[in-house]
Design a protein around this ligand. Structure first.
Ligand code: ATP
Ligand code: MG
Length: 396
């Protein structure tokens, strides 16, 4: 056997909660890992090893390792080293892998021996390892508050050694709960809402409503960059759908009452998004609304927007503060894209006094004055909708 056979072991989260579904979940997680490796043109073997996943590759393993922090459903991941079990190899591995840790590093040892005659005395081997760590590496024993846990498992003539765990993003593997469509603006919130939904096992796509006046290259690029950033967490790549909604905006502008503009515009957003969902199989819509942030984010307003569609709309940020949202945006890398200049259509369309508590009767009355909206939406679907498959960006 080759000395120092290095590979990656992935542990998964929450899957045990789902009992019978576990098998399916692990299958999807493995598929997602494989997809991610394929995007990066990395050849690797991804193996289901009961309650963990093993990844072997001749490729630069560090690059494979890095990818794991973007895969939802992983609780932790580590490098494992496999070698022939003898004292010389064990000490050689400790020396090689641990010598760049500082003196004073706190450690403990977890040792398991199965069917091996040479090391049948467990305490003797523990003493040897501890002596080495203390005397040769300058480490300090600390069983509860340790920096590294030196794990050694000896089974027959094979030793497996690992000592460091990186924490993953947890959640459910993207795809176990199907796919959904995010209403993506150029702001801070909606990309975070999309990401939070991915962590609950959903592959997300993105729809953005624009008017030509605002859809200059910088806005389009900003939206694309945001979508691609969030899509990095998807198990299967999503789509970016750009919709020229100028005609709808024009129609709404004709109404005398301007205070309901945003309510009406949002209602047509979700009506149109539902049409798209039917066509592509999105199970629900996602928005970045957070309760009380702006006028359109009151319960009354959300009720009137929900009323426009019979599709489920989820709002993962509804109870989060702006600080919490920004913290997540920074962590996933969308914040610095969101603060780039470039307004989505609404900021130019917002009336001076938007209605804060819209009423159902008023909404109905105003919408009854808008004729031909079904035809307009149909025409927009046919002529003013541009779809980008994110997968194609990776295929080139
Ligand atoms: P964000 O930071 O996501 O822009 P916001 O706090 O600015 O949110 P609003 O402008 O009220 O809030 O928008 C609420 C939600 O409506 C957004 O989070 C997004 O999901 C959706 N939305 C707003 N404008 C657009 C648009 N032009 N295209 C697609 N969705 C939009
Ligand atoms: Mg916004």
């Amino acid at each position: 056997m080759e000395l120092n056979n290095k590979y990656i072991v992935v542990k998964f989260s929450e899957l045990s909660l789902k009992g019978g579904n576990k098998k399916e979940f692990v299958k999807i997680l493995i598929r997602n890992i494989k997809n991610k490796l394929k995007d990066k043109k990395i050849k690797a073997e991804v193996k289901n090893a009961k309650d963990k996943i093993e990844i072997y590759s001749d490729h630069n393993l560090e690059e494979v390792f890095e990818i794991m922090d973007k895969i939802v459903g992983i609780s932790s991941y580590s490098y494992y080293y496999k070698f022939e079990a003898n004292e010389k190899n064990i000490l050689k591995n400790l020396q090689e892998k641990l010598s760049n840790f500082q003196k004073g590093t706190k450690f403990r040892i977890s040792l398991k021996i199965i069917q091996n005659d040479e090391f049948d005395d467990k305490s003797k081997l523990i003493n040897l390892l501890a002596w080495y760590a203390i005397e040769k590496l300058g480490f300090i024993v600390d069983l509860s508050n340790y920096d590294i846990d030196i794990n050694l498992r000896i089974e027959k003539n094979i030793a497996i050694f690992f000592f460091e765990k990186k924490i993953g993003i947890y959640g459910l593997p993207a795809g176990v709960n199907g796919k959904a469509l995010t209403l993506l603006s150029g702001g801070i919130d909606s990309p975070v809402a999309a990401f939070k939904t991915v962590t609950r096992g959903v592959n997300v796509s993105f729809i953005t409503f624009l008017t030509p006046r605002t859809s200059e290259a910088n806005v389009i690029n900003k939206i694309k960059d945001l979508a691609i950033k969030v899509d990095e967490y998807n198990g299967i790549h999503g789509k970016i759908i750009f919709v020229n909604f100028e005609k709808v905006q024009e129609e709404i502008s004709k109404l005398k009452d301007s205070s309901y503009r945003i309510t009406l515009l949002r209602r047509f957003f979700v009506k149109f998004a539902q049409i798209i969902s039917k066509k592509y199989g999105y199970k629900f819509l996602i928005t970045g609304d957070s309760l009380g942030q702006v006028a359109s984010q009151t319960p009354e307003s959300m009720t009137q927007i929900d009323n426009a569609t019979d599709q489920l709309i989820i709002r993962p940020l509804v109870s989060m503060s702006k600080n919490e949202i920004i913290r997540i945006a920074e962590k996933i890398g969308t914040y610095k894209i969101s603060i780039r200049p470039g307004d989505d259509m609404c900021s130019l369309f917002t009336p001076k006094k938007p209605i804060i508590f819209p009423k159902k009767e008023m909404v109905q009355d105003l919408e009854s004055k808008l004729t031909n909206m079904d035809d307009i939406l149909f025409k927009i679907l046919k002529e003013e909708t541009r779809i980008i498959d994110i997968k194609e960006i990776y295929d080139v």
